[in-house]
Design a protein around this ligand. Structure first.
Ligand SMILES: [Zn+2]
Length: 345
């Protein structure tokens, strides 16, 4: 069986005809298999959803109880038979509960990795290398200019700034699902044990992380805290909040933003970011190329991001490669969808 007979891109997403399902469909389908909880991958309105317990819980938090007709939780390493194929989930190291989905049929194995990173993250299971025939990779940071470096060093920069400006508040823009909790965990790893303040839109998902056993130390809602009391403190907020009127409640705030895009100075300037922190939940160029090589895949399908350079790199290494041209996958580092029922606070 040819790989494209097992998985093929259609308008709704990546379709597995012999298995009767779509992976991360962008339109409602009968059966969806979902890699992780970010809103461009996990949408409401499908008939049946197969995903990790964490991804299902995040979908429930965002969309409410009736987000799908039915749900089935699957653990890492567990195999499920769907139609003529078998499906196995492996950690993707992207956010809590994120998975690569290995689809096997006869002797062919295709791994759809969703979003992934090979860098360490104290808030989720580490990326697992899955040998396969075809590897489907993201390309969010698929250009050689993107090298993220060590996230711990970026957090040291933040703490140095807090020490330098004790009279100012530090406001860190970070995506609510995954990035914010990772920044908090990295601050704790660096020895920062003061309370960390949260924008209202971060509370629900952050408390969910804590309920899954992720240690984040003492967290407080920033709502209702007096301006003067926020001097010398750190607050996590969605990126959109760090540039609006909401910031007036902070004393002379230092605006930081945790994103892989902060490698590009113009982006930081454009956003008015005083303290750019290069912290990404996606693999950088070195991570992408090292991972592709290590899977042993002879064929690589490249999707959502900067496909061209990565396709070129694969071909120069003698691998078959093509862009998948899937539509509808954004970049959660740039956008922000608040969870259901959460007021701006
Ligand atoms: Zn994602």
């Amino acid at each position: 069986m040819r790989p494209q007979d097992i998985l093929m891109p259609v308008a709704a997403g990546l379709c597995c005809k012999p298995g009767g399902f779509h992976i991360d469909p962008v339109r409602p389908v009968e059966r969806a298999v979902i890699t992780h909880g970010h809103s461009d991958h996990a949408r409401a309105g499908h008939g049946a959803v197969l995903a990790t317990q964490e991804t299902l819980d995040m979908m429930r938090l965002r969309y409410g109880d009736n987000f799908a007709g039915s749900t089935q939780a699957i653990r890492y390493g567990e195999e499920v038979r769907l139609g003529d194929v078998s499906v196995k989930f492996h950690p993707a190291g992207h956010v809590l509960g994120s998975a690569q989905i290995a689809v096997s049929c006869n002797n062919t194995c295709i791994v759809a990795s969703g979003d992934y990173k090979d860098a360490p993250d104290p808030t989720c299971a580490p990326f697992e290398l899955v040998p396969c025939d075809v590897f489907i990779t993201e390309a969010t940071f698929g250009l050689p200019v993107f090298r993220h470096g060590d996230a711990a060093d970026e957090v040291k920069k933040l703490l140095a700034s807090v020490a330098l400006f004790p009279e100012r508040a530090h406001l860190v823009g970070a995506y609510s699902l995954g990035k914010a909790q990772r920044v908090i965990a990295l601050l704790r790893q660096a020895g920062y044990d003061a309370p960390i303040y949260l924008h209202g839109a971060m509370e629900k998902i952050t408390h969910y992380y804590q309920s899954r056993g992720i240690a984040l130390g003492e967290l407080r809602p920033v709502k209702g805290v007096k301006k003067a009391a926020l001097a010398g403190t750190i607050t996590l907020a969605p990126p959109s909040a760090t540039s609006d009127l909401w910031t007036r409640r902070f004393p002379d705030p230092v605006t930081a933003f945790a994103s892989g895009w902060m490698r590009v100075r113009a982006r930081a300037r454009q956003r008015g970011v005083e303290l750019p922190l290069v912290i990404s939940d996606h693999a950088d160029w070195d991570g992408l190329t090292a991972t592709i090589a290590a899977t042993g895949a002879g064929e690589v399908w490249v999707t959502h991001g900067q496909e061209d350079a990565l396709v070129h790199w694969c071909r120069s290494r003698g691998l078959q490669a093509r862009p998948l041209d899937l539509v509808g996958y954004g970049d959660e580092e740039e956008s922000e969808t608040p969870l259901q029922g959460e007021a701006e606070a």
